[in-house]
Structures are given as C-alpha cells and as structure tokens.
Design a protein around this ligand. Structure first.
Ligand code: SF4
Length: 326
C-alpha cells in the first residue's frame, strides 16, 4: 500500500467539496480497495460517503422506482418493491459476487465497478485502460472471458456488472449531483464504450456523485427475470447473461425489454430482439428467431468465439422462461 488521506464527511455538501478538491469517493470499498492494493489505482485522497443519506429505495409519485446509490446490493435485492415489480433486478443482484460482498457493496459502486480483465489488474501488462497508449495485452493474449460486442482495437474488456444489465433492459436513468448541481443521464449514455479512449468509462464529471438509479414507470406490468451462465455456479462473473422483461396481453407480447451481459464492453441492450417480439404470440419458434438476432455485430476474438452461440442460447432460454413456454 502507499500513503493516502481518508476523510468521512458528515453531509453531502462536505462530500462534494472534498470531491471537488480531487477526493475519490468510496462507499462499500469492494472494488476500489482491491485495486489500490494491487496499485492499479492510486488515489491520494479517499472520501468515505457510506454514511450519507443516499440509501433509500422508494416509488416516486409518477411510479418510478428510485434506488439510492448507497443502497446495499443485498438490501436492494430483498426490497419488497424490487422483488415484486422487478424480479430481474433481484435475481441479477443475487447471482452476483458473494453474500459477504452483497452485504457491503452499493448500487452506485456496482455500476461503477471496473473490468475484471486480468491484464488490467496486472500492472506489468500492456493495458490501454490502465495506462493509455500502452497497448492491449488481451488482443493477443487469453481473451476467453472478453467482450464480443462494443469492442475497439484499443480495448475488448467486458463490463462486469449483472445488475447494470437489468438496469439497461429496463432503460434506467442515473441521477448525479456535482459542484454544478443535479443532472440525470440515461444509463445507456452514462457507461461509455471504449473506442479510442478506454480509460474513459463513464460520463461522470469531476466531483460528481451518483445519487440514485431510477427505473422509469412501466404502466404495463412486466414479467421479468435474469439468467446468468458462468463457469461455476457461485462467485463468478458471467460468460453470458440475459435480462428479459415482457408484458403479455390477450396472448401477444405488447412490451419487450431485453439486454445481455458478459458479452459487451457495456451492458448490451438488444433492440433488434425486442422489435422482433412486439405484437407476436409466444412460441418456441418466436424465441429462437428473436434470439438469433442477439449477436448481430459481434466481433469474437481467438478464444471467445463460443460466446456468439452461447449468447443466442442464453437469450432464447430466458425468453422461453419469462414468456411462459418453458
Ligand atoms: Fe486493458 Fe482493455 Fe486490453 Fe483488458 S482488454 S488489457 S482492460 S485495454
């Protein structure tokens, strides 16, 4: 470890002041402390925001579900409003990490967590995300777990979050508070694909805090769920995953929300799959045809070609489960 300062502001205003002076926010600490130990990250000033009043989970007057950024993963998964309205969120959280980590880690930290690319965490390896301009060891290295969608010549790392995939499917918005006031950004715009600047992972301005993630109102009740495929059934990141939410009325699909994880540099929304489902009646043939569109645009690497077929099968299986024909 190396020397750094640690402050624990009593109010959100004090935290923002510390953030404006260059302090790095920390809450559950389940990612950042690891990265500091490995010297992948070397913040000089930590600002502990865990005690700020940003952990509430509420339903707003217009029917949106608002999850405070400091709500713990375990508490969010167990919350009655989350469980009954959006099982896809509860399931994504419960399939993440370990019980101990879910008791500490927060929703804001979860969507901000950094990639599990092994070369990113090995300070001796070339990595454009960790040190811009040094190259990408994963391109010619072991890239079995890496992304097939949204990649660039500079970086092919996956976004590791499960719950962010559920949020992407449900078209969540990220609420932010910074020195210049409040703003809101769709999650789809908040998390950035690598392009030529993989070190820039999100649209967070200097000193800004995530205050909440909001799921917009869905007036038509959604049936939803999350499927995660991984090398072992516990404490492992996704090879592929699928978040699916459907509204069926009079035997037809009226609304479809689908996103995939483990395959994209960001949580990967699947609009072509969604469009294929709308207005159709559930059937095995429909799930297969829709899921066949899931890997459109994929650019597999030497060791992860299997993800193209696995992604289609994951989406198909989860459509069948949520659509009620399983
Ligand atoms: Fe770094 Fe991205 Fe390449 Fe991994 S895939 S080594 S994070 S540049």
């Amino acid at each position: 470890m190396y020397p750094f300062t640690f402050t624990k502001p009593a109010t959100t205003r004090e935290a923002l002041d510390a953030g404006r002076r260059g302090g790095r926010y920390i809450a559950g600490g389940t990612t950042l402390v690891d990265l500091m130990r490995e010297t992948v990250e070397r913040p000089e000033a930590l600002v502990d925001i865990a005690a700020l009043p940003l952990d509430e989970i509420t339903v707003t007057a217009r029917g949106a579900l608002r999850i405070g950024a400091l709500a713990r993963m375990a508490d969010t998964a167990a919350h009655p409003q989350v469980r009954t309205r959006y099982p896809v969120i509860s399931q994504a959280l419960e399939l993440s990490a370990s019980a101990q980590l879910r008791n500490m880690a927060t929703i804001g930290g979860n969507i901000m967590q950094r990639t599990r690319c092994t070369y990113f965490r090995d300070v001796t390896a070339a990595c454009n995300k960790r040190r811009p301009g040094t190259g990408c060891a994963a391109l010619e290295g072991i890239n079995r777990s890496h992304a097939i969608l949204g990649t660039s010549d500079a970086c092919v790392a996956t976004h590791p979050s499960d719950v962010a995939v559920a949020f992407a499917a449900l078209e969540a918005t990220v609420h932010l508070l910074g020195p210049d006031g409040e703003r809101s950004v769709p999650l789809a715009d908040f998390l950035l694909q690598p392009g030529s600047t993989p070190d820039r992972e999100h649209d967070l301005r200097p000193g800004e805090l995530i205050t909440a993630v909001e799921i917009p109102p869905h007036p038509r009740p959604l049936k939803s769920g999350y499927l995660k495929v991984r090398d072992r059934q516990s404490y492992e990141f996704a090879l592929t995953s699928a978040a699916v939410a459907l509204h069926l009325r009079a035997g037809a699909i009226r609304e479809a929300k689908v996103a995939a994880g483990g395959v994209g540099t960001v949580p990967w929304k699947l609009p072509a799959v969604e469009r294929h489902l709308i207005g159709e009646r559930p059937s095995d043939a429909l799930w297969t045809a829709a899921a066949a569109l899931a890997a459109d645009g994929a650019r597999p690497l030497a060791h992860n070609r299997f993800k193209v077929e696995l992604l289609k099968r994951t989406v198909e299986r989860q459509l069948r489960i949520v659509g009620g024909t399983a």
